[in-house]
Design a protein. Structure first.
Length: 128
């Protein structure tokens, strides 16, 4: 069993053969260029997609952080508004002379003429 030998046949260089070879070379070249262009296009599309997705994820996490910070600040603002309301009430009370006199008697042990203040200590609930 010997290998089949192809006889050496010379190709005729006819005009038709030359055109066919040129067409096949041209088609192969076009196919190769098309493959390169498609490869570059898909590579570019992949890189742009990766950049867009990473940016989207980054912005999403930043947005979540900002929302959490906003909630904390809203709670803080609410507590500060409550404190401001209490302080405004205190200012109104301190502008009343009767309240100031009562406060002076209680905290500073001040008295009016002819008035005697007795300081009674509070009893301790725990006895040792």
């Amino acid at each position: 069993m010997s290998a089949i030998k192809k006889p050496d046949v010379a190709n005729l260089q006819t005009e038709y053969n030359i055109k066919q070879e040129a067409n096949s070379l041209s088609a192969a070249r076009r196919k190769k260029l098309l493959f390169r262009r498609l490869t570059l296009f898909f590579l570019f599309a992949f890189v742009m997609g990766f950049i867009m997705i990473s940016t989207l994820i980054s912005q999403s996490s930043t947005l979540d952080e900002k929302i959490a910070e906003k909630k904390k600040l809203q709670v803080k603002v609410a507590s500060l508004q409550e404190k401001e309301k209490e302080l405004n009430d205190q200012i109104v009370k301190l502008q009343d002379e009767d309240y100031l006199a009562k406060l002076a008697r209680k905290d500073l042990f001040l008295s009016e003429k002819g008035e005697i203040i007795f300081n009674i200590p509070e009893e301790k609930e725990e006895k040792k």
